[in-house]
Design a protein around this ligand. Structure first.
Ligand code: CA
Ligand code: CA
Length: 363
């Protein structure tokens, strides 16, 4: 588990860092795709406790969890926050108010007794619900058992603190959850969400599958991004930008022959719906004074982001600054011929292992 920060205004600071980073990188080029993740799914699940009653329940919060959270018997009260309805309790320390979002993110049997538990998205923070500004504030998950409509027992926290849990489901006694931004310390843009799978092991939930750390294309704060593997971009019989293994720092990466840049246009997508997001992103390549921007699809490999397709492999003849977007497994890209000025709209379908109708060639 991530060590708890001491700053009482963590949530606010995190949002500011993300916003500042997005603005900083967005300044590199014109149109910017929104790299923010979707808000957590607001699914209504069948729960043992009535959704309006458990907000006023007594909850037994886990003791000895290592989280900077209230412990023991706590009385919940309903409240309104930017994320919607919450149940919350005022802590007795400087930074440990407890907030749980309504409704539960998921439910299912996680302790094998045949009855469903609720999976709540919770935060331990100095803020009161009315002070929260971000509807997707980072926190962690808490699995609770409803003894009655007014009495909940926390079985254990799940996952690292200060992450954003976008989705969760209970399947075969395991909790599968999609995580974005692992912690305040690794807050970065262009970090695709990933799946983590947890199981109750004695008295704690332990991770049994999935990534244990995020991959990051370009760190928002100081430091290096994760390794990135790109294929070469071809032009006629030559290679305009060679295949390369890069590490971005401050949005740039260099090889002896070229300089690469993250342009600021990126979209998080999940082309194969496995919960591990892919990253559609423009990356520029400058060689011999000429800059060409291509559009790549990066997949999360074990320890690196690896390009599995290049929808626009730019040989220097086109600009893609007129924009692109990916919706419903269809990527549309408008290119401008740099010599004639002619614009062309390309519609590319995801066909399982790549896009149809790509522009240019690579390898
Ligand atoms: Ca159960
Ligand atoms: Ca995927």
């Amino acid at each position: 588990m991530t060590a708890s920060p001491t700053q009482p205004d963590l949530s606010t600071r995190t949002g500011s860092i993300i916003t500042a980073a997005i603005i900083a990188l967005a300044g590199c080029t014109a149109p910017v795709s929104d790299p923010n993740p979707p808000a957590p799914a607001k699914q209504q699940h069948n729960t043992q406790a009535n959704g309006t009653t458990w907000q006023q329940a007594t909850i037994e919060l886990p003791v000895g969890s290592g989280m900077d959270c209230p412990t023991g018997r706590t009385q919940l009260s309903p409240a309104q926050a930017p994320s919607g309805l919450t149940a919350w309790a005022k802590g007795d320390g400087p930074a440990n108010n407890f907030t749980a979002d309504v409704p539960a993110l998921a439910s299912g049997d996680l302790n094998g007794d045949g009855a469903s538990e609720m999976v709540l998205r919770v935060r331990c923070t100095s803020l009161e619900p009315s002070q929260e500004q971000d509807p997707g504030l980072p926190g962690q998950l808490l699995v609770v058992k409803a003894v009655s409509d007014t009495h909940l027992v926390g079985l254990g926290y799940v996952g690292p603190a200060y992450a954003r849990y976008l989705k969760a489901e209970v399947l075969d006694g395991q909790l599968r959850t999609q995580v974005w931004y692992e912690s305040e310390r690794s807050t970065s843009i262009y970090a695709p969400a990933h799946m983590r799978i947890f199981k109750l092991n004695g008295t704690n939930f332990t991770q049994v599958n999935g990534r244990t750390a995020p991959l990051v294309l370009s760190a928002a704060k100081a430091g290096q991004g994760s390794p990135v593997t790109l294929p070469g971009i071809h032009a006629d019989q030559s290679v305009t930008c060679a295949a390369s293994n890069l590490v971005f720092e401050g949005g740039q990466a260099r090889t002896p022959d070229a300089t690469y840049g993250v342009t600021g246009n990126a979209q998080l997508v999940d082309v194969d719906s496995d919960g591990n997001q892919e990253l559609l992103t423009e990356i520029s390549c400058t060689t011999s004074g000429a800059t060409r921007t291509s559009l790549y699809l990066l997949r999360q490999d074990t320890n690196a982001l690896v390009a599995i397709d290049v929808p626009v492999a730019n040989n220097g003849m086109v600009s893609i600054s007129n924009g692109w977007k990916f919706t419903g497994n269809v990527l549309t890209v408008t290119t401008t011929n740099l010599q004639s000025g002619e614009q062309q709209k390309h519609t590319m379908n995801w066909v399982g292992d790549g896009f149809s109708g790509k522009v240019g060639s690579f390898g």
